[in-house]
Design a protein around this ligand. Structure first.
Ligand code: SF4
Length: 419
């Protein structure tokens, strides 16, 4: 990656343009000639980060911070910051429609119904949304109140992603979650009453979890007939409490058995696995996540949010200030973007493959040129090497990881490091 600039408080790119001609000036910088040649821009998604939770979970490495007394956070101030942040970013996405929106965290369902309504009306005022825009909100059991979720739906949220993790109260306690098994079920019932499109997040290979307990969790989840399931292996992320004081986890054989069991149960119940951790009923793949995995564009606003934005001759990455207080302060100063760089030609193949190889169905080779602005020749030797090792399948209309490639995905992805 080529760091081209650390955006400071005086950057034109990061402070609101005063008028249309200044906005055009900001955009012009990114529209100059460059190393790439993109024929068309990819679909554009919007990510909105909400950085507070009731309590920090010991395994979590997301940008989440405990709310004061578990529930107090500066909602109005943050919503104002989000609106200004979006206004400042507009010149970079001028004229482009938003294809999906994802409000993630943290625990966005801590937001009041009025707060969420204000957020979505700000977004609608500032951006043109696709008529079929998928608008997802992450929600955690323990914050589910029926009336609030009814209002979220009325405000325009049309998909919920619920962080269930487990229905087993003992395991939830070991994970430091604020909800128990009954609250997990109640949350799904409230979701079912208000949303026809929702995802349940579950984790497996939990501290002292047995195969039968993992089976019970997945079967309980499927009994609610969720259109989408995300099934994650618990991992010990650096800089978490679990990394410092690791709990006793199922060994590799036991977690491989859980993985096999998940494959069997999901397939038997009509869920297609289309990505490392994602399973969906026909027609219910997560369009927002698919846009990430297909190397689409996203504007991320809010504390610590990341963006990937394409222009005809360059692809830009940005990261915003992470700490909520610093972020809101930097928005006031007109410079919420802490880091910005162009993806260099040498890194493009790896960045594209890092995402697309997660897709079990692979991708059309034409997508490489469309999304990177480079010819497939740029990664030809890497593709050949991966194919020779039996990790990759390719023909003229498809490139995808083989079953072996899915199993050794990290190794396969790393083969594109020098693409
Ligand atoms: S609720 Fe989710 S985002 Fe918040 S601390 Fe726990 S795992 Fe992290």
């Amino acid at each position: 990656m080529i760091p081209i600039k650390l955006v400071g408080a005086t950057s034109k790119a990061a402070r609101p343009a005063r008028d249309i001609s200044e906005a055009a000036g900001v955009a012009a910088k990114y529209l100059q000639a460059g190393a790439l040649n993109l024929q068309a821009l990819p679909p554009l998604s919007l990510y909105i980060h909400f950085p507070w939770c009731v309590k920090k979970c010991p395994y979590c490495d997301f940008n989440s911070h405990e709310a004061k007394d578990g529930q107090t956070f500066p909602e109005q101030e943050y919503l104002e910051a989000l609106r200004s942040d979006l206004e400042m970013a507009l010149p970079l996405i001028w004229g482009r429609k938003i294809y999906t929106i994802f409000i993630g965290g943290g625990t966005p369902s801590l937001m009041s119904a009025a707060g969420l309504d204000r957020l979505l009306s700000d977004v609608r005022t500032l951006l043109p949304l696709d008529s079929d825009c998928e608008i997802t909100m992450e929600a955690n059991p323990g914050t589910f109140e029926a009336e609030k979720f009814k209002s979220y739906r009325a405000s325009g949220i049309n998909r919920l992603s619920i962080g269930i993790q487990s229905f087993n109260s003992g395991h939830l306690k070991a994970l430091g979650r604020i909800h128990d098994g009954n609250e997990a079920k109640r949350a799904v019932e409230i979701a079912l009453a208000n949303f026809d499109n929702f995802n349940l997040d579950l984790m497996y290979a939990l501290p002292s979890q047995t195969l039968e307990e993992a089976r019970h969790d997945v079967e309980t989840a499927m009994a609610f007939k969720p259109p989408h399931l995300s099934l994650y292996h618990l991992t010990m992320e650096p800089n978490t409490l679990f990394a410092k004081y690791p709990p006793a986890l199922p060994d590799d054989d036991a977690s491989a058995d859980m993985q096999d069991l998940i494959a069997e149960l999901t397939a038997a119940n009509g869920y297609g696995q289309y990505e490392v951790s994602a399973y969906a009923k026909e027609g219910h793949r997560a369009r927002h996540n698919l846009n990430y995995w297909e190397f689409g564009d996203y504007l991320g606003i809010g504390a610590g949010a990341h963006s990937k934005l394409s222009f005809p001759h360059r692809i830009l990455r940005q990261a915003r200030y992470k700490q909520p207080k610093a972020y809101m302060e930097q928005v006031r100063l007109g410079a919420p973007v802490q880091e910005e760089y162009e993806i260099g030609r040498a890194d493009m193949g790896f960045e594209f493959m890092l995402n697309t190889l997660r897709l079990h169905g692979g991708f059309d080779p034409k997508l490489f040129g469309e999304r990177t602005g480079l010819s497939l020749n740029a990664i030809e030797k890497n593709l050949n090497a991966a194919e020779a090792k039996g990790l990759l399948y390719r023909d003229y209309k498809l490139i995808k990881p083989t079953a072996l490639g899915q199993r050794f995905l990290n190794d396969l992805q790393q083969m594109f490091l020098d693409g």
